[in-house]
Design a protein around this ligand. Structure first.
Ligand code: NAD
Length: 495
Protein backbone atom coordinates (compact mmCIF):
# COMPACT_ATOMS: atom_id res chain seq x y z
CA UNK A 1 0.00 0.00 0.00
CA UNK A 2 1.48 3.35 -0.94
CA UNK A 3 0.70 6.84 0.28
CA UNK A 4 0.51 9.87 -1.93
CA UNK A 5 3.87 11.57 -2.25
CA UNK A 6 4.58 14.16 0.41
CA UNK A 7 7.18 16.86 0.04
CA UNK A 8 9.38 17.40 3.09
CA UNK A 9 9.92 20.98 1.92
CA UNK A 10 13.67 20.92 2.46
CA UNK A 11 16.19 20.55 -0.38
CA UNK A 12 13.51 19.04 -2.61
CA UNK A 13 13.31 15.95 -0.40
CA UNK A 14 10.25 13.76 -0.67
CA UNK A 15 8.80 11.36 1.85
CA UNK A 16 9.63 8.23 -0.15
CA UNK A 17 12.70 6.16 -0.98
CA UNK A 18 15.66 7.70 -2.77
CA UNK A 19 17.18 5.22 -5.17
CA UNK A 20 19.57 5.74 -8.09
CA UNK A 21 19.50 9.52 -7.69
CA UNK A 22 15.71 9.97 -7.59
CA UNK A 23 12.84 9.86 -5.15
CA UNK A 24 10.76 6.88 -6.22
CA UNK A 25 7.59 5.10 -5.20
CA UNK A 26 8.20 2.52 -2.50
CA UNK A 27 6.31 -0.74 -2.35
CA UNK A 28 6.19 -0.85 1.46
CA UNK A 29 3.50 0.04 3.96
CA UNK A 30 3.08 3.71 4.74
CA UNK A 31 5.06 4.87 7.77
CA UNK A 32 3.09 7.33 9.88
CA UNK A 33 5.83 9.38 11.45
CA UNK A 34 4.67 10.49 14.90
CA UNK A 35 5.83 13.53 16.80
CA UNK A 36 6.87 12.35 20.29
CA UNK A 37 6.43 15.88 21.67
CA UNK A 38 2.74 16.09 20.83
CA UNK A 39 1.66 12.56 19.98
CA UNK A 40 0.35 13.87 16.65
CA UNK A 41 1.19 12.50 13.24
CA UNK A 42 3.98 14.48 11.58
CA UNK A 43 4.08 13.05 8.08
CA UNK A 44 3.28 9.99 6.03
CA UNK A 45 6.27 8.35 4.44
CA UNK A 46 6.04 5.89 1.62
CA UNK A 47 8.27 3.11 2.82
CA UNK A 48 10.44 0.79 0.81
CA UNK A 49 9.83 -2.94 0.70
CA UNK A 50 12.44 -5.68 0.29
CA UNK A 51 12.21 -5.38 -3.50
CA UNK A 52 13.08 -1.67 -3.29
CA UNK A 53 16.02 -2.46 -1.02
CA UNK A 54 17.29 -4.86 -3.68
CA UNK A 55 17.05 -2.17 -6.35
CA UNK A 56 18.89 0.24 -4.03
CA UNK A 57 21.77 -2.21 -3.51
CA UNK A 58 21.95 -2.85 -7.26
CA UNK A 59 22.10 0.87 -7.93
CA UNK A 60 24.88 1.23 -5.32
CA UNK A 61 26.71 -1.66 -7.01
CA UNK A 62 26.37 -0.02 -10.42
CA UNK A 63 27.63 3.30 -9.13
CA UNK A 64 30.58 1.77 -7.29
CA UNK A 65 33.22 1.44 -10.06
CA UNK A 66 32.96 5.08 -11.16
CA UNK A 67 32.78 6.48 -7.61
CA UNK A 68 35.76 4.48 -6.49
CA UNK A 69 37.70 5.56 -9.60
CA UNK A 70 37.15 9.25 -8.82
CA UNK A 71 40.08 11.00 -7.22
CA UNK A 72 39.88 11.43 -3.46
CA UNK A 73 39.86 15.18 -4.00
CA UNK A 74 36.76 14.94 -6.20
CA UNK A 75 34.96 12.76 -3.69
CA UNK A 76 35.91 15.26 -1.00
CA UNK A 77 34.46 18.09 -3.04
CA UNK A 78 31.08 16.35 -3.26
CA UNK A 79 31.11 15.67 0.47
CA UNK A 80 31.94 19.25 1.40
CA UNK A 81 29.09 20.42 -0.82
CA UNK A 82 26.74 17.93 0.83
CA UNK A 83 27.74 19.34 4.21
CA UNK A 84 27.21 22.85 2.89
CA UNK A 85 23.65 21.99 1.93
CA UNK A 86 22.96 20.78 5.47
CA UNK A 87 24.51 23.92 6.94
CA UNK A 88 22.45 26.13 4.67
CA UNK A 89 19.20 24.69 6.03
CA UNK A 90 20.45 23.94 9.55
CA UNK A 91 17.72 25.97 11.20
CA UNK A 92 14.80 24.32 9.42
CA UNK A 93 16.39 20.89 9.48
CA UNK A 94 16.90 21.21 13.25
CA UNK A 95 13.19 21.91 13.65
CA UNK A 96 12.32 18.85 11.56
CA UNK A 97 14.71 16.63 13.52
CA UNK A 98 13.47 18.05 16.84
CA UNK A 99 9.89 17.24 15.90
CA UNK A 100 10.58 13.82 14.37
CA UNK A 101 12.97 12.51 17.06
CA UNK A 102 11.52 14.49 19.97
CA UNK A 103 14.73 16.21 21.00
CA UNK A 104 15.00 19.79 22.25
CA UNK A 105 15.78 22.21 19.46
CA UNK A 106 19.21 23.07 20.84
CA UNK A 107 20.19 19.38 20.84
CA UNK A 108 18.76 18.89 17.34
CA UNK A 109 20.84 21.82 16.13
CA UNK A 110 23.99 20.28 17.58
CA UNK A 111 23.13 17.08 15.71
CA UNK A 112 22.59 18.84 12.39
CA UNK A 113 25.78 20.89 12.64
CA UNK A 114 27.59 17.79 13.90
CA UNK A 115 26.39 15.88 10.84
CA UNK A 116 27.77 18.57 8.53
CA UNK A 117 31.02 18.66 10.49
CA UNK A 118 31.31 14.88 10.23
CA UNK A 119 30.99 14.97 6.44
CA UNK A 120 33.60 17.73 6.28
CA UNK A 121 35.96 15.84 8.57
CA UNK A 122 35.77 12.70 6.45
CA UNK A 123 36.05 14.72 3.24
CA UNK A 124 39.45 15.69 4.63
CA UNK A 125 40.45 12.03 4.70
CA UNK A 126 39.33 11.25 1.14
CA UNK A 127 42.72 12.11 -0.38
CA UNK A 128 44.76 11.16 2.65
CA UNK A 129 44.24 7.42 2.59
CA UNK A 130 47.76 6.13 2.13
CA UNK A 131 49.07 2.65 1.61
CA UNK A 132 52.43 1.38 2.85
CA UNK A 133 55.67 0.88 1.03
CA UNK A 134 57.36 -2.17 2.54
CA UNK A 135 61.11 -2.44 2.97
CA UNK A 136 62.45 -4.58 0.12
CA UNK A 137 65.53 -4.92 -1.98
CA UNK A 138 66.35 -2.55 -4.81
CA UNK A 139 64.89 -5.06 -7.21
CA UNK A 140 61.49 -5.45 -5.60
CA UNK A 141 58.55 -3.18 -5.21
CA UNK A 142 56.45 -4.35 -2.29
CA UNK A 143 53.50 -2.33 -1.16
CA UNK A 144 50.09 -2.42 0.51
CA UNK A 145 47.20 -0.52 -1.00
CA UNK A 146 43.84 0.19 0.60
CA UNK A 147 40.71 -0.37 -1.43
CA UNK A 148 37.04 0.22 -0.78
CA UNK A 149 34.72 -2.71 -0.18
CA UNK A 150 31.72 -1.90 -2.40
CA UNK A 151 28.09 -1.14 -1.59
CA UNK A 152 27.63 -0.71 2.17
CA UNK A 153 24.36 -1.11 4.09
CA UNK A 154 24.21 1.57 6.79
CA UNK A 155 21.50 0.78 9.34
CA UNK A 156 20.72 3.65 11.66
CA UNK A 157 18.75 4.00 14.95
CA UNK A 158 16.16 6.64 15.86
CA UNK A 159 17.99 8.48 18.62
CA UNK A 160 20.46 10.42 16.43
CA UNK A 161 18.93 9.90 13.00
CA UNK A 162 20.93 12.30 10.83
CA UNK A 163 24.08 12.39 12.93
CA UNK A 164 24.65 8.64 13.05
CA UNK A 165 23.77 8.32 9.35
CA UNK A 166 26.60 10.79 8.65
CA UNK A 167 28.98 8.98 11.02
CA UNK A 168 28.68 6.09 8.57
CA UNK A 169 28.15 7.89 5.25
CA UNK A 170 31.27 10.02 5.87
CA UNK A 171 33.95 7.33 6.08
CA UNK A 172 32.17 5.08 3.57
CA UNK A 173 32.02 7.67 0.79
CA UNK A 174 35.43 9.15 1.56
CA UNK A 175 37.09 5.78 1.01
CA UNK A 176 35.26 5.14 -2.27
CA UNK A 177 32.34 2.95 -1.23
CA UNK A 178 28.72 3.52 -2.23
CA UNK A 179 25.94 3.32 0.36
CA UNK A 180 22.35 2.44 1.11
CA UNK A 181 21.12 4.14 4.29
CA UNK A 182 18.25 2.57 6.22
CA UNK A 183 16.87 5.05 8.75
CA UNK A 184 14.74 3.85 11.67
CA UNK A 185 11.01 3.82 10.99
CA UNK A 186 10.38 6.21 13.89
CA UNK A 187 12.65 8.87 12.36
CA UNK A 188 12.95 8.57 8.60
CA UNK A 189 12.83 12.25 7.61
CA UNK A 190 16.31 13.73 8.04
CA UNK A 191 17.98 10.92 6.06
CA UNK A 192 15.60 11.75 3.21
CA UNK A 193 16.71 15.38 3.46
CA UNK A 194 20.31 14.15 3.18
CA UNK A 195 19.17 12.37 0.01
CA UNK A 196 17.71 15.67 -1.20
CA UNK A 197 21.10 17.28 -0.54
CA UNK A 198 22.78 14.52 -2.57
CA UNK A 199 20.48 15.26 -5.51
CA UNK A 200 21.11 19.00 -5.18
CA UNK A 201 24.89 18.68 -5.33
CA UNK A 202 24.71 16.23 -8.24
CA UNK A 203 26.20 13.31 -6.35
CA UNK A 204 26.35 10.60 -9.04
CA UNK A 205 23.20 8.46 -9.06
CA UNK A 206 23.43 5.38 -6.86
CA UNK A 207 26.31 6.60 -4.69
CA UNK A 208 23.90 7.35 -1.83
CA UNK A 209 20.50 5.70 -1.56
CA UNK A 210 18.01 5.97 1.30
CA UNK A 211 15.37 3.31 1.98
CA UNK A 212 13.02 3.98 4.91
CA UNK A 213 11.15 0.87 5.96
CA UNK A 214 10.80 -1.78 8.63
CA UNK A 215 14.08 -3.24 9.83
CA UNK A 216 13.02 -6.86 9.72
CA UNK A 217 12.12 -6.54 6.05
CA UNK A 218 14.12 -3.72 4.50
CA UNK A 219 17.16 -3.82 6.81
CA UNK A 220 17.32 -7.59 6.48
CA UNK A 221 17.02 -7.41 2.67
CA UNK A 222 20.03 -5.08 2.61
CA UNK A 223 22.07 -7.35 4.87
CA UNK A 224 21.25 -10.45 2.83
CA UNK A 225 21.75 -9.00 -0.62
CA UNK A 226 24.75 -10.69 -2.26
CA UNK A 227 26.11 -7.36 -3.54
CA UNK A 228 26.14 -5.76 -0.07
CA UNK A 229 29.83 -5.85 0.79
CA UNK A 230 29.62 -4.52 4.34
CA UNK A 231 27.03 -3.83 7.01
CA UNK A 232 27.44 -1.04 9.52
CA UNK A 233 24.73 -1.26 12.16
CA UNK A 234 23.88 0.89 15.16
CA UNK A 235 21.03 -0.21 17.38
CA UNK A 236 20.03 -2.63 20.09
CA UNK A 237 22.03 -5.65 21.14
CA UNK A 238 19.38 -8.16 20.06
CA UNK A 239 18.95 -6.58 16.65
CA UNK A 240 22.72 -6.51 16.27
CA UNK A 241 22.85 -10.24 16.92
CA UNK A 242 20.18 -10.86 14.27
CA UNK A 243 22.02 -8.66 11.78
CA UNK A 244 25.30 -10.40 12.44
CA UNK A 245 23.87 -13.91 12.01
CA UNK A 246 22.19 -12.88 8.76
CA UNK A 247 25.46 -11.35 7.52
CA UNK A 248 27.24 -14.56 8.44
CA UNK A 249 24.69 -16.70 6.62
CA UNK A 250 24.64 -14.48 3.55
CA UNK A 251 28.40 -14.13 3.37
CA UNK A 252 30.08 -14.05 5.69
CA UNK A 253 30.55 -10.35 5.12
CA UNK A 254 32.08 -7.74 7.40
CA UNK A 255 29.88 -6.16 10.04
CA UNK A 256 30.41 -3.25 12.40
CA UNK A 257 28.13 -3.23 15.43
CA UNK A 258 27.51 -0.21 17.63
CA UNK A 259 25.16 -1.48 20.32
CA UNK A 260 23.77 -0.51 23.68
CA UNK A 261 25.39 0.63 26.89
CA UNK A 262 25.06 0.84 30.66
CA UNK A 263 27.76 3.35 31.23
CA UNK A 264 29.01 4.51 34.64
CA UNK A 265 30.09 7.81 36.14
CA UNK A 266 32.57 7.57 39.05
CA UNK A 267 32.63 10.49 41.44
CA UNK A 268 35.62 10.38 43.77
CA UNK A 269 35.93 12.17 47.10
CA UNK A 270 38.35 14.74 45.65
CA UNK A 271 36.04 15.64 42.76
CA UNK A 272 35.17 19.23 42.06
CA UNK A 273 31.71 18.74 43.52
CA UNK A 274 29.40 21.11 41.63
CA UNK A 275 30.70 20.34 38.12
CA UNK A 276 30.68 16.64 39.04
CA UNK A 277 26.99 16.66 39.95
CA UNK A 278 25.95 18.92 37.09
CA UNK A 279 28.08 17.01 34.59
CA UNK A 280 26.76 13.64 35.75
CA UNK A 281 23.19 14.82 35.23
CA UNK A 282 23.96 16.23 31.83
CA UNK A 283 25.60 12.90 30.95
CA UNK A 284 22.35 11.07 31.61
CA UNK A 285 19.44 13.44 30.94
CA UNK A 286 20.56 14.70 27.51
CA UNK A 287 18.04 13.53 24.88
CA UNK A 288 15.95 12.26 27.79
CA UNK A 289 18.50 9.53 28.48
CA UNK A 290 18.06 8.02 25.02
CA UNK A 291 21.76 7.99 24.31
CA UNK A 292 23.76 4.82 23.89
CA UNK A 293 26.53 6.42 25.97
CA UNK A 294 24.26 7.84 28.71
CA UNK A 295 26.07 7.44 32.02
CA UNK A 296 23.12 5.88 33.83
CA UNK A 297 24.84 4.56 36.95
CA UNK A 298 26.61 7.02 39.26
CA UNK A 299 29.09 5.52 41.72
CA UNK A 300 29.65 8.19 44.35
CA UNK A 301 32.20 8.12 47.14
CA UNK A 302 30.32 7.64 50.40
CA UNK A 303 31.64 10.92 51.81
CA UNK A 304 29.78 12.79 49.04
CA UNK A 305 26.82 10.46 48.63
CA UNK A 306 24.09 12.33 50.55
CA UNK A 307 25.22 15.73 49.29
CA UNK A 308 25.28 14.36 45.75
CA UNK A 309 21.72 13.03 46.06
CA UNK A 310 20.50 16.30 47.51
CA UNK A 311 21.96 18.54 44.82
CA UNK A 312 21.10 16.11 42.01
CA UNK A 313 17.49 15.84 43.23
CA UNK A 314 17.13 19.61 43.36
CA UNK A 315 18.37 19.92 39.80
CA UNK A 316 16.35 16.97 38.47
CA UNK A 317 13.16 18.40 39.98
CA UNK A 318 13.83 21.83 38.52
CA UNK A 319 14.61 20.74 34.97
CA UNK A 320 12.09 22.11 32.55
CA UNK A 321 10.61 19.22 30.60
CA UNK A 322 8.75 20.35 27.55
CA UNK A 323 7.99 20.31 23.89
CA UNK A 324 11.13 20.06 21.73
CA UNK A 325 10.22 23.34 20.04
CA UNK A 326 9.90 25.19 23.34
CA UNK A 327 13.18 27.11 23.57
CA UNK A 328 13.06 26.94 27.36
CA UNK A 329 12.75 23.14 27.46
CA UNK A 330 15.81 21.46 28.96
CA UNK A 331 14.55 17.94 28.39
CA UNK A 332 12.15 16.64 25.77
CA UNK A 333 9.92 13.57 25.46
CA UNK A 334 10.95 9.98 24.93
CA UNK A 335 10.36 8.42 21.56
CA UNK A 336 6.95 6.78 22.13
CA UNK A 337 4.25 5.96 24.67
CA UNK A 338 5.47 2.36 24.73
CA UNK A 339 8.97 3.57 25.59
CA UNK A 340 7.61 5.82 28.35
CA UNK A 341 5.65 2.93 29.88
CA UNK A 342 8.67 0.63 29.64
CA UNK A 343 10.90 3.20 31.39
CA UNK A 344 8.40 3.74 34.20
CA UNK A 345 8.10 -0.05 34.50
CA UNK A 346 11.87 -0.27 35.11
CA UNK A 347 11.58 2.42 37.79
CA UNK A 348 8.67 0.70 39.54
CA UNK A 349 10.54 -2.55 39.54
CA UNK A 350 13.56 -0.76 41.07
CA UNK A 351 11.32 0.66 43.81
CA UNK A 352 9.90 -2.78 44.50
CA UNK A 353 13.50 -3.97 44.96
CA UNK A 354 14.10 -1.48 47.80
CA UNK A 355 14.95 1.58 45.72
CA UNK A 356 13.99 5.12 46.66
CA UNK A 357 12.88 7.74 44.13
CA UNK A 358 14.76 10.86 45.11
CA UNK A 359 13.30 12.65 42.09
CA UNK A 360 10.79 11.81 39.37
CA UNK A 361 9.68 8.31 38.53
CA UNK A 362 6.47 9.03 36.62
CA UNK A 363 5.10 9.94 33.23
CA UNK A 364 3.96 13.51 32.84
CA UNK A 365 0.22 14.01 32.44
CA UNK A 366 0.21 15.75 29.10
CA UNK A 367 -0.02 14.95 25.41
CA UNK A 368 3.15 13.36 24.04
CA UNK A 369 5.47 10.82 25.66
CA UNK A 370 7.14 12.48 28.65
CA UNK A 371 8.92 10.90 31.61
CA UNK A 372 10.18 12.93 34.59
CA UNK A 373 13.95 13.18 35.09
CA UNK A 374 14.37 10.38 37.60
CA UNK A 375 16.93 9.74 40.30
CA UNK A 376 16.94 6.48 42.24
CA UNK A 377 18.92 5.67 45.37
CA UNK A 378 19.31 2.37 47.23
CA UNK A 379 18.58 0.22 44.19
CA UNK A 380 20.46 -3.07 44.26
CA UNK A 381 23.02 -3.25 41.46
CA UNK A 382 21.45 -6.37 40.04
CA UNK A 383 17.98 -4.82 39.70
CA UNK A 384 17.07 -4.48 36.00
CA UNK A 385 16.95 -0.67 36.26
CA UNK A 386 20.59 -0.68 37.41
CA UNK A 387 21.84 -3.44 35.14
CA UNK A 388 19.92 -3.22 31.83
CA UNK A 389 19.76 -0.49 29.23
CA UNK A 390 16.68 1.57 30.21
CA UNK A 391 17.04 4.17 27.45
CA UNK A 392 15.25 6.87 29.40
CA UNK A 393 15.99 9.71 31.87
CA UNK A 394 16.83 7.49 34.83
CA UNK A 395 19.98 7.67 36.95
CA UNK A 396 20.70 5.16 39.70
CA UNK A 397 23.15 6.32 42.39
CA UNK A 398 25.34 3.93 44.37
CA UNK A 399 27.79 4.72 47.19
CA UNK A 400 31.31 3.23 47.28
CA UNK A 401 34.15 3.22 49.77
CA UNK A 402 37.23 2.38 47.76
CA UNK A 403 38.48 2.84 44.25
CA UNK A 404 39.00 -0.80 43.46
CA UNK A 405 35.43 -1.70 44.36
CA UNK A 406 34.07 1.24 42.40
CA UNK A 407 35.93 0.11 39.28
CA UNK A 408 34.79 -3.48 39.78
CA UNK A 409 31.16 -2.43 40.11
CA UNK A 410 31.41 -0.04 37.18
CA UNK A 411 32.79 -2.87 35.02
CA UNK A 412 30.21 -5.37 36.23
CA UNK A 413 27.98 -5.07 33.17
CA UNK A 414 27.83 -6.85 29.85
CA UNK A 415 28.25 -3.49 28.10
CA UNK A 416 31.31 -1.25 27.74
CA UNK A 417 30.60 1.86 25.74
CA UNK A 418 31.61 4.89 27.81
CA UNK A 419 32.55 6.00 31.32
CA UNK A 420 33.21 9.28 33.09
CA UNK A 421 35.55 9.89 36.02
CA UNK A 422 35.31 12.92 38.30
CA UNK A 423 38.53 13.48 40.25
CA UNK A 424 41.27 16.09 40.68
CA UNK A 425 43.95 13.44 41.10
CA UNK A 426 45.63 13.01 37.74
CA UNK A 427 47.29 9.74 38.74
CA UNK A 428 43.95 8.29 39.73
CA UNK A 429 42.42 9.53 36.49
CA UNK A 430 44.98 7.62 34.40
CA UNK A 431 44.82 4.52 36.57
CA UNK A 432 41.04 4.28 36.56
CA UNK A 433 40.76 5.19 32.86
CA UNK A 434 43.04 2.27 32.07
CA UNK A 435 41.05 -0.11 34.25
CA UNK A 436 37.55 0.69 32.97
CA UNK A 437 35.98 -1.52 30.28
CA UNK A 438 34.81 1.20 27.93
CA UNK A 439 35.50 2.43 24.42
CA UNK A 440 35.59 6.02 25.66
CA UNK A 441 36.54 7.38 29.07
CA UNK A 442 36.11 11.06 29.83
CA UNK A 443 37.60 12.79 32.85
CA UNK A 444 35.86 15.77 34.43
CA UNK A 445 33.58 16.25 31.44
CA UNK A 446 30.42 14.49 30.36
CA UNK A 447 31.39 14.84 26.68
CA UNK A 448 32.33 11.48 25.21
CA UNK A 449 32.02 12.00 21.45
CA UNK A 450 34.41 13.86 19.22
CA UNK A 451 34.53 13.55 15.46
CA UNK A 452 38.31 12.99 15.52
CA UNK A 453 38.20 10.13 18.05
CA UNK A 454 37.09 6.51 17.54
CA UNK A 455 33.71 5.81 19.10
CA UNK A 456 32.51 2.30 19.86
CA UNK A 457 32.22 -0.37 22.46
CA UNK A 458 33.98 -2.99 24.51
CA UNK A 459 32.19 -6.25 25.32
CA UNK A 460 28.56 -6.43 24.15
CA UNK A 461 28.52 -2.74 23.19
CA UNK A 462 29.88 -3.92 19.87
CA UNK A 463 32.99 -3.79 17.74
CA UNK A 464 34.42 -1.71 15.00
CA UNK A 465 34.44 2.05 15.40
CA UNK A 466 32.54 5.05 14.11
CA UNK A 467 34.35 8.39 13.78
CA UNK A 468 38.05 9.19 13.84
CA UNK A 469 40.70 7.70 11.59
CA UNK A 470 39.97 4.19 12.88
CA UNK A 471 36.53 4.18 11.28
CA UNK A 472 38.13 4.30 7.81
CA UNK A 473 39.48 0.78 8.37
CA UNK A 474 35.93 -0.52 8.57
CA UNK A 475 35.27 0.50 4.98
CA UNK A 476 38.49 -0.69 3.38
CA UNK A 477 40.39 -3.85 2.61
CA UNK A 478 44.13 -4.08 2.18
CA UNK A 479 45.86 -5.57 -0.81
CA UNK A 480 49.51 -6.55 -0.75
CA UNK A 481 51.21 -6.11 -4.13
CA UNK A 482 54.70 -7.42 -4.77
CA UNK A 483 56.66 -6.82 -7.96
CA UNK A 484 59.94 -8.54 -8.65
CA UNK A 485 61.86 -6.22 -10.93
CA UNK A 486 64.89 -8.46 -11.40
CA UNK A 487 65.63 -9.23 -15.02
CA UNK A 488 65.79 -12.91 -15.87
CA UNK A 489 64.35 -13.94 -12.52
CA UNK A 490 63.33 -17.43 -13.72
CA UNK A 491 66.55 -18.18 -15.62
CA UNK A 492 67.61 -20.57 -12.90
CA UNK A 493 64.71 -22.83 -13.87
CA UNK A 494 65.81 -22.81 -17.48
CA UNK A 495 62.46 -21.43 -18.62
P1 NAD B 1 16.92 -1.03 16.89
O1 NAD B 1 17.89 -2.14 17.04
O2 NAD B 1 15.50 -1.28 17.19
O3 NAD B 1 16.94 -0.47 15.39
C1 NAD B 1 18.13 0.02 14.78
C2 NAD B 1 17.96 -0.06 13.27
O4 NAD B 1 17.92 -1.43 12.88
C3 NAD B 1 16.67 0.57 12.75
O5 NAD B 1 16.92 1.20 11.51
C4 NAD B 1 15.78 -0.65 12.57
O6 NAD B 1 14.75 -0.46 11.63
C5 NAD B 1 16.79 -1.67 12.08
N1 NAD B 1 16.40 -3.07 12.27
C6 NAD B 1 15.51 -3.57 13.17
N2 NAD B 1 15.40 -4.92 13.00
C7 NAD B 1 16.25 -5.25 12.00
C8 NAD B 1 16.60 -6.48 11.40
N3 NAD B 1 16.05 -7.64 11.77
N4 NAD B 1 17.50 -6.47 10.39
C9 NAD B 1 18.09 -5.31 10.00
N5 NAD B 1 17.79 -4.12 10.53
C10 NAD B 1 16.89 -4.08 11.53
O7 NAD B 1 17.52 0.18 17.76
P2 NAD B 1 16.83 1.58 18.05
O8 NAD B 1 15.74 1.35 19.03
O9 NAD B 1 16.55 2.29 16.76
O10 NAD B 1 18.03 2.39 18.74
C11 NAD B 1 18.31 2.35 20.10
C12 NAD B 1 19.47 1.41 20.38
O11 NAD B 1 20.60 1.85 19.62
C13 NAD B 1 19.91 1.42 21.83
O12 NAD B 1 20.20 0.12 22.24
C14 NAD B 1 21.19 2.26 21.79
O13 NAD B 1 22.08 2.03 22.84
C15 NAD B 1 21.74 1.87 20.47
N6 NAD B 1 22.69 2.89 20.01
C16 NAD B 1 24.03 2.59 20.01
C17 NAD B 1 24.95 3.57 19.61
C18 NAD B 1 26.43 3.28 19.60
O14 NAD B 1 27.15 3.99 18.94
N7 NAD B 1 26.89 2.26 20.30
C19 NAD B 1 24.50 4.82 19.19
C20 NAD B 1 23.12 5.09 19.22
C21 NAD B 1 22.23 4.10 19.61
Amino acid sequence: MTASTTSIDLLGAEARPFIAGRFVDGEGETIRSREPGTGRQLMEVQAAAAADAHVAVSSAAEAFPAWRALSGASRAEFMVRLAGQLRAIAKDLSVLEARDAGKPLAEARIDVLGAAMTLEYFAGWANRVFGDLLPGGDQTLDYVRRQPLGPCALIVPWNFPLLIACWKVGPALATGNTVVVKPASATPLSALVLAGAAAKVGLPAGVLNVVPGPGAEVGMALVRHPDTAKVSFTGELQTGRTVMSAAAAAGPKPVTLELGGKSPALIFDDADFVPAVNGTLSGVYGHAGQKCAARTRAFVHRSLYEAFLERAATIAKSLRVGDPLDHEAQMGPVISDEAADRIVGYVENGLSRGGRAVAGGHRLERAGSYVEPTLLADVPLDAPVASEEVFGPVLTVHPFDDEELAVRQANNTEFGLAATIWTRDVRRAHRVAAALDAGTVSVNTPAVVSVEAPFGGFKLSGFGRDLGRDSLDGYQQTKHVVLDLTEGVFDAYGI
